[in-house]
Ligand binder design. Structure first.
Ligand code: NDP
Length: 397
């Protein structure tokens, strides 16, 4: 049915590669491109059967990307590189006439700041070119937006309160490790907190607000209010929302390490001089931390991510909780990666499937909640991320 190019061979890229090959009637030609070709080859070899072509690419370079796109002629690019590469890949898509999907919004390398405006600015160009760009199609952002759209479509006349709750109750048996790219993860967590209330954004100190939240099959876990990118698009696309917040669990070990990393300057993103050489402390730190792709083997426990929603249906107040729990061991058995890479890579594959099957094909730049959630929700159940619903329970907020 369609040709797909996966850009990069990281933890998430590995899961995407496994999942597209499992759906070979839809993804008929598959190429995996990354900075280090040997990493692509290793993934292709693990999957076997000569199902995936591999190639080297520097995703910071538009000309290299355009040459690759013109040669392979993909119908869609699944961008699971770092947020820094979003705009170069989108530019190359426009030049070569290729559709686009990603899982994280653009962030400039020299400023720890993520917002959609940089990518929303491509709306007219994608529309004019007759190309579709699907933004934020991992789990969060991604499935959390689809969950919200599903709730709005089927259960609510108006959504008033949205709390996205993200728990990783897994144990990788390392003193400190991040579950996705360490540089991106630490930049995200050390930012100021922010949530939306009554038409404005309220800023908090970093991880200042926290409370215990009870997760299904896990129990209570201290959960910290963070700013997360889907809040920006969800309050725009569902204007009845009065308050939207995002919560994530962290263990004390993680928080202590994070505090030390910040206090000793290792989270700095500016260049420093080291023995006559320029280095960026957080990039150096990434080089010595465990690679998220190597965490899977001994990872136990599960993730639990969902949306807790309060609103109105037929004049009556309703609460709704929709969530998925994902086992790290099961993710590892299937793809060789841990649950966080899995919960990101599976939705990215489903988003590309939605495009190729015509369900989510529309010229322009869209966040996932702007499309019909039903076929995506159906695929979540089939592709390894089954979801569950609870009505009129205590949302704890
Ligand atoms: P990894 O660190 O495992 O992988 C990053 C990969 O990018 C590496 O293979 C690296 O290559 C490659 N790379 C970096 N720069 C370039 C470049 N210029 N050209 C080509 N390749 C490059 O990251 P993850 O897989 O953990 O995360 C990938 C993305 O997924 C991130 O953007 C992250 O924000 C997003 N994400 C989204 C989530 C969601 O739910 N929406 C959740 C988790 C992650 P090399 O090995 O050669 O260095």
């Amino acid at each position: 049915m369609g040709r797909v190019l996966i850009i990069v061979a990281g933890g998430v890229g590995t899961v995407v590669a496994h999942k597209v090959t499992q759906n070979s009637t839809i993804f008929t030609d598959i190429m995996l491109a990354s900075r280090t070709k040997s990493k692509c080859d290793k993934i292709a070899e693990a999957i076997g059967g000569n199902k995936i072509k591999t190639v080297q690419v520097d995703a910071d370079k538009v000309e290299e990307l355009v040459a690759l796109f013109n040669e392979f002629k993909p119908d869609i690019v699944i961008n699971v590189a770092l947020p820094y590469q979003d705009l170069t890949i989108m530019d190359a898509c426009l030049i070569a006439g290729v559709n686009y999907l990603d899982t994280a919004n653009y962030e400039p390398l020299d400023e720890a700041k993520f917002k959609y405006s940089w990518q929303w600015a491509y709306q007219e160009r994608f529309k004019k070119a007759g190309l579709t760009a699907i933004l934020g199609c991992g789990f969060d952002p991604g499935v959390t937006g689809v969950f919200t759209a599903y709730a709005a479509k089927h259960y609510f006349n108006e959504i008033h309160y949205l709390d996205i709750v993200d728990c990783n109750a897994g144990d990788h048996h390392k003193a400190f490790a991040t579950n996705f790219n360490p540089e991106i993860n630490i930049r995200e967590i050390t930012q100021k907190g922010r949530y939306y209330e009554n038409g404005r954004w309220v800023e908090t100190g970093s991880l200042e607000i926290h409370q215990p939240v009870t997760y299904p099959n896990v129990g209570p876990k201290e959960s910290y209010l963070l700013y997360h990118e889907e809040l920006e698009s969800l309050v725009k696309n569902f204007p009845t929302i009065k308050r939207a917040r995002f919560w994530m669990t962290f263990g004390q070990e993680y928080l202590t390490h994070l505090r030390v990393i910040q206090n000793i300057g290792m989270a700095r993103i500016d260049e420093i001089d080291y023995n006559g050489q320029k280095i960026v402390p957080i990039q150096f730190l990434k080089a010595v931390l465990p690679n998220p792709q190597d965490l899977g083997e001994n990872y136990t426990g599960e993730t639990s991510i969902g949306c807790r929603i309060k609103g109105i249906k037929d004049g009556k107040e309703l609460t709704y909780y929709v969530y998925n729990n994902c086992s790290h061991e099961a993710a590892y058995r299937e793809t060789g990666m841990q649950g966080v890479s899995y919960t990101t890579g599976v939705p990215a594959m489903i988003g590309a499937m939605m495009f190729l099957t015509g369900e989510w094909k529309q010229p322009g730049v869209f966040n996932v909640e702007e499309f019909n959630p039903d076929p995506f929700m159906e695929q979540l159940n089939k592709q390894g991320l089954p979801w569950h619903e609870e009505f009129n329970g205590d949302l704890e907020f």
